[in-house]
Design a protein around this ligand. Structure first.
Ligand code: ACO
Length: 282
């Protein structure tokens, strides 16, 4: 498999991108500020997503943080205090740009996404975490909906993301107390898929990414799009939409996966769909 590097935008340094064996490792890179999300990260993340969706060397995106933090959330100075004191249109523009990368684009990103939570994860970082398809955490990482601790509500889209992901009692408990919790608890409440010791984190994420890379990428994309849309639809509308989406997916699939799968199972008896993916190479 080819290794490649997506060139960083000129002068970029708040986001690092490294592509290796199909996986794009995207790191928020302000370790001295615990990767707090400032206007530079907003700009550079949007640029990085532009590049990665077009780059065939990238088949899975992993979002993580440099140093000891995943992200300490929005930057209180550069994302809140300074824009609050500036021109309202510029503030609005910043918020829209942030929503773009943090959830609008991430939720529907054409390639699978994994959040690798390597440390502190607070406030606005939950948006990123929950917009990723899957998530793996260091079992000792610290999570918190800390907004209440400094007098704001979890805005952006944090409250919506948390309401969609967690049970009501759990969501309201953490929203209303701001109590921090660790990666083990995050796995227990379904905020992440797994929590593992720090020294196993990268290997576990790589294993998950490799599993995803064995699947048909066209169908994988349709699976996640379908999932996000049906959550907001009635049962009848979902059935109609999924029937149409299924036909569209088969019709547009460049590798005609369903034909290969059926041939290999029914005629050649060469694999068991319940136990793994069909052979995409033939
Ligand atoms: N915004 C701006 N600066 C931040 C943020 C943030 N969210 N988080 C950390 N920093 C800065 C600190 O001000 C400090 O800067 P300085 O060195 O110039 O003084 C530097 O990052 C390191 O932070 P420390 O607090 O010294 O690091 P420590 O490891 O002791 O603690 C922790 C880390 C627990 C993450 C702490 O920094 C913290 O509580 N940060 C705020 C977390 C938070 O509540 N985030 C939610 C923001 S609101 C939202 O996202 C909607």
């Amino acid at each position: 498999m080819s290794n490649a590097a997506t060139p960083a935008p000129q002068g970029a340094k708040s986001v690092l991108v490294r592509i290796e064996d199909g996986i794009a490792w995207v790191s928020l890179n302000r370790p001295e500020k615990r990767n707090a999300i400032n206007p530079a990260i907003v700009r550079e993340m949007n640029e990085a997503l532009d590049a990665l969706e077009m780059d065939d060397a990238c088949r899975v995106v992993v979002i993580t943080g440099s140093g000891e933090a995943f992200s300490a959330g929005q930057d209180l100075k550069e994302y809140f205090r300074e824009p609050d004191a500036g021109h309202p249109i510029l503030r609005e523009r910043l918020y829209k740009g942030n929503a773009a990368w943090q959830w609008r684009r991430m939720m529907h990103f054409p390639k699978p996404t994994i959040a690798m939570v390597n440390g502190w994860c607070f406030g606005g970082a939950f948006q990123v975490l929950l917009a990723c398809d899957l998530a793996v955490a260091d079992e000792d990482a610290t999570f918190g909906l800390s907004e209440i601790n400094w007098g704001i509500i979890p805005a952006g889209i944090v409250t919506k993301s948390v309401a969609m992901a967690l049970m009501q009692r759990t969501a309201l408990y953490y929203i209303m107390t701001g109590e921090p919790f660790d990666g083990r608890r995050a796995a227990e409440i379904g905020l992440v898929n797994f929590a593992v010791p720090k020294d196993q984190l990268e290997a576990r994420v790589r294993k998950l990414a490799n599993t995803l890379m064995q699947k048909n990428p066209h169908v994988l994309r349709a699976c996640k799009t379908g999932y996000h849309y049906v959550r907001e639809m009635s049962w009848d509308a979902s059935a109609e939409y999924l029937a149409a989406k299924s036909d569209q997916t088969k019709f547009r699939d460049p590798e005609q996966g369903d034909q290969k799968g059926m041939r290999q199972f029914l005629d050649e008896k060469s694999y068991r769909p319940g136990l793994g993916a069909y052979d995409r190479s033939r």
